[in-house]
Design a protein around this ligand. Structure first.
Ligand SMILES: NC(=O)c1ccc[n+]([C@@H]2O[C@H](COP(=O)([O-])OP(=O)(O)OC[C@H]3O[C@@H](n4cnc5c(N)ncnc54)[C@H](OP(=O)(O)O)[C@@H]3O)[C@@H](O)[C@H]2O)c1
Length: 296
């Protein structure tokens, strides 16, 4: 990537998104840091990024984008295109995680979880891909999780949403690689962000009563897990922003499909086995050519 490249990031009001925006802008890229409600409850977060841009002379621009609203997504992408004429990197980062007993969450709760963590990606990619395909180049980074490959018993819907994200991202990878567009799935472990504060509570907590000791233990484990994000021992999320910056800087076509960071580094052998299984599947289907650049 060249320093003049244009990068659009979702969910930059806090956590990984904010650090990724600051880190990439600090390296000289043109960064569009998007967040929802930029004139409302995220006004302070937007102002903080704008002040940083002004202070340090960065090409860092704050725009409004709610990943659950198709009109908002379209408007934001059109704004970037109108100002710069291109989008070189899309970072699908916005997300949250619900924790506890599955049965305490209503269908509406779960739909919101999938809308933000999974369908957001469909909206973002549909808006951005015509421009990347026209450019015949691009990079899409998906912020998944170690929980996109393994299950924590009290994170059922979060795990399901990240498993879905992983499947979706890998299918985009096969469909886009030959068109010059790279895909990378980043799988962080636990890092000190606002993710636990931003985790909505279940709408039907009374359902927990029927679970007896199993419910008590699982709810306690979920509470302890969420509290651990603000413990001093929780790793610095800048590690993830730095890893993303390295991926952006890598030459097109040479980027890995999956990058586990932190504790999920132990997923590497699983990822390798599954990558081999996938290669076999593509070969059996006569589709191995999808993994080559400039294929028909
Ligand atoms: N922290 C971890 O340990 C960890 C580990 C693995 C994966 N992850 C993943 O990393 C990503 C970023 O999370 P984080 O840890 O940095 O937590 P965070 O600090 O809570 O950041 C999440 C961001 O997503 C935004 N967001 C949520 N719903 C949105 C919507 N509808 N439209 C636009 N933005 C929206 C939030 O904005 P608002 O302020 O407007 O809500 C916030 O800026 C998530 O996908 C999460 O699942 C986190």
């Amino acid at each position: 990537m060249s320093a003049t490249d244009v990068i659009l990031i979702t969910g930059t009001s806090s956590g990984f998104g904010r650090l990724i925006a600051e880190t990439l802008a600090g390296k000289g890229y043109t960064v569009y840091a998007s967040m929802r409600q930029v004139t409302g409850r995220n006004a302070a977060a937007g102002d903080a990024l704008r002040s940083l841009a002004e202070r340090e002379g960065l090409s860092l621009h704050v725009i409004d984008l709610d990943v659950t609203d198709e009109g908002s997504v379209e408007r934001a992408v059109q704004t970037v295109i109108a100002r710069t004429g291109r989008i070189d990197v899309l970072i699908n980062n916005a997300g949250f995680g619900i924790a506890g007993l599955n049965e305490t969450y209503t269908l509406e709760d779960v739909q919101r979880q999938f809308d933000t963590n999974v369908f957001s990606v469909v909206r973002m990619n549909r808006a951005v891909l015509p421009h990347m395909r026209h450019q015949r180049s691009g990079l899409i980074i998906y912020i998944s999780s170690g929980g996109g490959r393994t299950i924590i018993p009290f994170l059922g819907f979060y795990n399901a949403s990240k498993f879905a994200l992983e499947a979706l991202a890998e299918s985009y990878h096969y469909q886009l690689y030959g068109l010059g567009i790279d895909s990378v799935i980043v799988e962080p472990g636990r890092y000190a962000t606002a993710v636990s504060v931003n985790s909505p509570r279940p709408s039907d907590p009374a359902r927990a009563a029927g679970y007896g000791e199993i419910g008590i233990q699982l709810e306690q484990a979920a509470t302890d897990f969420m509290a651990s994000f603000s413990a001093p021992s929780c790793p610095d999320p800048q590690e993830v922003a730095d890893a993303v910056a390295e991926l952006v800087a890598m030459p097109p076509g040479a980027r890995p499909l999956r990058v586990p960071i932190g504790a999920p580094a132990s997923l590497e052998p699983l990822n390798q086995v599954l990558a081999q299984v996938q290669t076999n599947i593509l070969e059996r289907l006569g589709l191995a050519w999808l993994m080559k650049r400039d294929s028909p």
